[in-house]
Design a protein. Structure first.
Ligand SMILES: [Cu+2]
Length: 200
């Protein structure tokens, strides 16, 4: 049975949701009610859901995740230390899924504001919060200092690459990887475009 004595308000400030997913509001309503029922949420609870767009997500990321981009991907050269910040004062549990680096699974209570974790080996690492199933992201530890995270349009640029022949590899969490060769000439800009297709 779906809990009824819980108020769920679904807001869709972005018109794309109405256009592309006509029943988004009722799906969100049902999903929230089933979730709250499964965890025995108290009757009388009020839940607000906002189905938003990339620019609003970017603003939230800027405020809450110190990442000025609409992304859940953090890229850095291997050997870097990642600062995991608990900025909302509730219990989280940081869990990494890796093979080249040691995995870790660590509670982050509200008094533990920052956990530092060094990532020595290049690897794409899935990161979840075991306390909140919807919280997840990716760490991409690169084997090169030349890397970029695309913006919300898929654009990227990598500055100050020395002249030479390179392989540019792209990774996307749902679309996988692709790569292309590129030659960089002194004082010029080389362009590499990718078009990833869903598999299957
Ligand atoms: Cu969490």
């Amino acid at each position: 049975m779906i809990a009824q004595e819980i108020a769920v308000e679904v807001m869709m400030p972005c018109p794309g949701w109405r256009r592309d997913c006509a029943d988004a509001a009722s799906l969100a309503d049902t999903a929230v009610r089933l979730t709250l029922e499964s965890c025995a949420a108290p009757q009388g609870s009020v839940v607000d859901v906002t189905l938003t767009d990339d620019s609003a997500q970017q603003a939230l990321n800027r405020i809450w995740r110190a990442t000025d981009a609409p992304t859940n991907v953090l890229a850095f050269p291997a050997g870097s230390t990642v600062k995991i910040v608990n900025s909302d004062g509730i219990l989280h549990n940081i869990h990494t899924y890796s093979t080249a680096n040691p995995s870790f699974n660590m509670a982050q209570p509200k008094f533990k504001k920052v956990i530092e974790q060094k990532i020595d080996q290049p690897e794409v690492i899935k990161v979840t919060c075991d306390a909140h199933g919807w919280m997840h992201g990716w760490w991409v530890a690169t084997d090169t200092p030349y890397y970029a995270v695309t913006d919300d349009k898929g654009n990227y640029s990598i500055a100050n690459v020395p002249p030479g022949d390179y392989t540019v590899e792209v990774w996307q969490e749902k679309l996988g990887t692709d790569d292309q060769k590129v030659s960089v000439k002194d004082g010029t800009t080389a362009t590499t475009n990718f078009s990833l297709k869903p598999k299957g």
